[in-house]
Design a protein around this ligand. Structure first.
Ligand code: ADP
Ligand code: MG
Ligand code: MG
Length: 252
C-alpha cells in the first residue's frame, strides 16, 4: 500500500527525518514509537502532505503513485487519513454537513456521484454506533465545545465515515482517559480490514494494550533504529528507550 524509501525531510534547513524506510501492506497495523522529538509527528505530517517540510531525499509510493507529487487534499482523496487533520473547531458547520462535503469531494475525485441522502444517514448511524458517539455530537458544530475525549472520539468517527485506505493516528492516546482510550482503540480495531492499513504513532505503550500492532518500529533521531513484532512494545515499556539510544551512539 505504502512504501517509504530513504525519506529525508527538513524544516527551516534543519534535517528531521534522516532516511526512513517503511513498507505497509493492506491489512497491517504498524506502531511507531520513540522518544519525544524523534520525528514521529514530522513523519505523519510529511505523509499527509503538510507544506512546511522540505523533502530532501527519498520517495514515497502510495498504491503505485508517487505520493510526494500530490498535494495534501489529493492525498486525502486518495485515501490517506491523518487523525488530527481536522481537529479544528468549525463554528456553524455541523459535523454531519462537514463529513457529507468531505465524502462527496472524495467521490467526485473518484468520478462517483454524490452519496444519496439515505445512504449517508445509514452510514452516520452505523459509524457513530461503532465509535459509541452520541448522536447529538454528530449533529453539533465540528468540535465546538467538545471535551478532549469527545474530540478524539469524533476523530475516529470522521475516520470511520471517510473509510480511508491508510489511517495515520498521531498520539491519539495523549490526553485520553481509560474509557475514551478503549473506545478509540475499539473503533480502530473494528475498522481494521484486509483492504486498509494503519500507522499508529504513540509515545507510550498503553494504547498498544488495546490496538495490537502487527509490527512495532522505533523512531529515534529521524531514523527507524529497530523494528519487531508487537512484543517489542512491551520491551520498550519495560526498558525505556535508553538501551536503544546506546546502540545508536555506537552506530553513529
Ligand atoms: P515527535 O513527534 O517524535 O515528538 P516531532 O516530529 O514533533 O517529534 O519533532 C522532531 C524534531 O523536529 C524536534 O526536534 C522538533 O523540535 C523539530 N520540529 C518539528 N516541527 C517543527 C517546526 N514546525 N519547526 C521547527 N522545528 C520543528
Ligand atoms: Mg512530541
Ligand atoms: Mg509528536
Amino acid at each position: 500500500m505504502i512504501k517509504i524509501e530513504n525519506l529525508h525531510a527538513s524544516i527551516d534547513g534543519q534535517p528531521i527525518l534522516k532516511g526512513i524506510n517503511l513498507e505497509v501492506k493492506p491489512g497491517e497495523v504498524h506502531a511507531i514509537m520513540g522518544p519525544n522529538g524523534s520525528g514521529k509527528s514530522t513523519l505523519a505530517s510529511v505523509l499527509a502532505g503538510r507544506e512546511e517540510y522540505e523533502i530532501t531525499e527519498g520517495s514515497v509510493t502510495f498504491e503505485g503513485k508517487d505520493l510526494l507529487d500530490l498535494g495534501a487534499e489529493d492525498r486525502a482523496r486518495e485515501g490517506i487519513f491523518l487523525a488530527f487533520q481536522y481537529p479544528v473547531e468549525i463554528p456553524g458547520v455541523s459535523n454531519i454537513n462537514f463529513l457529507k462535503t468531505a465524502i462527496n469531494e472524495i467521490r467526485k475525485y473518484r468520478g462517483e456521484e454524490p452519496i444519496p441522502a439515505k445512504d449517508f444517514l445509514k452510514l452516520v448511524k452505523e459509524k457513530s454506533a461503532l465509535v459509541e458517539l452520541d448522536n447529538s455530537l454528530a449533529s453539533r458544530s465540528v468540535n465546538e465545545g467538545f471535551s478532549g475525549g469527545e474530540k478524539k472520539r469524533n476523530e475516529i468517527f470522521q475516520m470511520a465515515m471517510l473509510e480511508p485506505k491508510l489511517s495515520i493516528l498521531d498520539e491519539t492516546d495523549s490526553g485520553l482517559d481509560i474509557d475514551a482510550l478503549r473506545i478509540v482503540a475499539n473503533g480502530v480495531n473494528k475498522l481494521k480490514s484486509a483492504d486498509n492499513a494503519s500507522i499508529v504513532i504513540t509515545h507510550y505503550q498503553r494504547l498498544l494494550d488495546y490496538i495490537v500492532p502487527d509490527f512495532v518500529h522505533v523512531l529515534y533521531n529521524g531514523k527507524i533504529i529497530k523494528s519487531g513484532p508487537k512484543e517489542l512494545a512491551l520491551e520498550l515499556e519495560e526498558k525505556g528507550y535508553d538501551w536503544l539510544k546506546k546502540d545508536q551512539v555506537i552506530e553513529a
